[in-house]
Design a protein around this ligand. Structure first.
Ligand code: PLP
Length: 415
């Protein structure tokens, strides 16, 4: 049965880390990794998470029973409140609910599955580029990944289309291109919108641009599905980052929001996600939840409990919540500092080109604008690993390696 199975394409970001791990060069840098790093280049367990986990370790009332199919009610309610805001018209009007998911990926998966299988949506629009899309720079391994939004949509039989997003020449958001592409959307289309801190470009629409997008999405009857993987990482302020989804709700849209707590809680391997849905009336909430539970039941049946307990404990306790906000700000501030440092160093070195986009972008990632040849140069000559698209993780930069990286970029750009 198995001898004719084709080897699947490697997943770039993980293959890159493997190459980095195998590299013995003393100054090697992994700018490709998709997770937060401290200034010592280490993963960070948030102090508030440590506190809660140590309390949980001695809590004799906790057990390993299955969670309900829809997930932990404490977690779902608190997460929905975090995303939509306490005073959300959807919460006050009982027009929303959520289903716990296995990370943000799981939330995207069950949301897309529901729209396809229960409502017959056929076409899905993803940004160009989007999360996970790239090709390898490591010459020994050639691979191509279509991007995870696309991969999920493909598995569900969607017709996949891209909307223009990144204007490579101007290194900014291509609002006109996106609007034009959405204007051509066929009936029964879904659009995946990155709520904030767009991965991989780090560029988000302005409030006015979101308003223009909402207009075309309404005119065309497209379903807006927000990917909310980075709440807190864009501005450092949890209340500010969900502006776009809250705006759509205030304008009367029915929406989905796929939440991930991988980044803002640093709970990457605990797989904590939540799919929030907002409907036009309370009756629809019950219908959607019941169908969504069927989707969950046939996909992973029950969600894991540990990570969601941590998140629910923090979100439901004012003192812990205040501490978490500070932890999120610590991460966001460090990223901002690295943006500023890299920008200033490239300018001080007189590296040709305009590097202002690095400080205009937000979130964990920067689309540097480095081309594949320059990226290959960095890998080969300097042992600096990054995605072929030129995307770098800002917090993989540290006060120790930033000069090395800036000098290497100068060499790559000028040679
Ligand atoms: N959406 C975007 C834009 C992401 O960048 C990621 C993770 O990198 C996810 C979703 C998935 O998050 P999770 O790891 O929680 O599945």
């Amino acid at each position: 049965w198995f001898s004719d199975v084709e080897v699947a394409a490697a997943i770039e970001v993980f293959a890159l880390t493997q190459s980095y791990n195998e590299d013995q060069h003393p100054q090697k840098v992994n700018l490709g990794v998709g997770a937060y790093r401290t200034d010592e280049g280490k993963p960070w367990v948030l102090p508030v998470v440590r506190t809660v986990e140590s309390q949980m370790a001695s809590d004799q009332t906790l057990n390993h029973e299955y969670l309900p199919v829809a997930g932990s009610p404490d977690f779902r309610t608190a997460s929905t409140r975090l995303l939509l805001g306490e005073q959300s018209p959807a919460i006050l009007g009982s027009r929303c609910d959520s289903v716990q998911a296995v990370g943000g990926t799981g939330a995207l998966r069950i949301g897309m599955d529901f729209l396809r299988s229960r409502l017959g949506f056929e076409t899905i629009y993803v940004s160009s580029p989007t999360w996970g899309k790239s090709t390898s720079v490591i010459t020994v391994i050639t691979f191509m990944s279509a991007g995870n939004h696309k991969n999920i949509a493909k598995a569900l039989g969607y017709n996949i289309k891209e909307y223009r997003y990144w204007d490579a020449a101007a290194r900014k958001f291509d609002v006109d291109g996106m609007i034009e592409d959405l204007r051509n959307a066929p009936e029964k289309s879904v659009v995946i919108l990155h709520m904030c801190a767009h991965n991989p470009t780090g560029i988000d629409p302005s409030h006015d641009e979101w308003k223009m997008l909402a207009q075309v999405i309404r005119e065309k009857g497209i379903f807006p599905f927000f990917d909310c993987a980075y709440q807190g990482f864009s501005s450092g302020i949890l209340e500010k980052d969900p502006w776009a989804i809250r705006y759509f709700i205030s304008e009367g849209f029915e929406v989905f929001g796929a939440q991930s707590f991988s980044k803002n809680f640093g709970l990457y391997n605990e797989r904590v996600g939540n799919l929030v849905f907002v409907t036009k009336d309370p009756e629809s909430v019950l219908k959607v939840r019941s169908q969504m539970m069927m989707v969950v039941r046939t996909t992973w049946s029950n969600s894991p409990a540990h990570g969601c307990r941590v998140v629910a404990t923090v979100l439901n306790n004012p003192a812990l919540f205040a501490e978490w906000k500070e932890n999120v700000k610590t991460m966001a501030d460090r990223i901002l500092l690295m943006r500023q440092q890299l920008h200033d160093k490239l300018r001080a070195l007189g590296v040709p080109g305009n590097w202002d986009h690095i400080v205009r972008q937000t979130g964990m990632f920067s689309y540097t604008g480095l081309n594949p040849r320059q990226v290959a140069h960095l890998v080969k000559e300097y042992h600096i690993y990054l995605l072929k698209s030129g995307r770098i993780n800002m917090c993989a930069l540290t006060m120790k390696n930033i000069d090395y990286v800036a000098n290497a970029i100068q060499d790559a750009v000028t040679n």
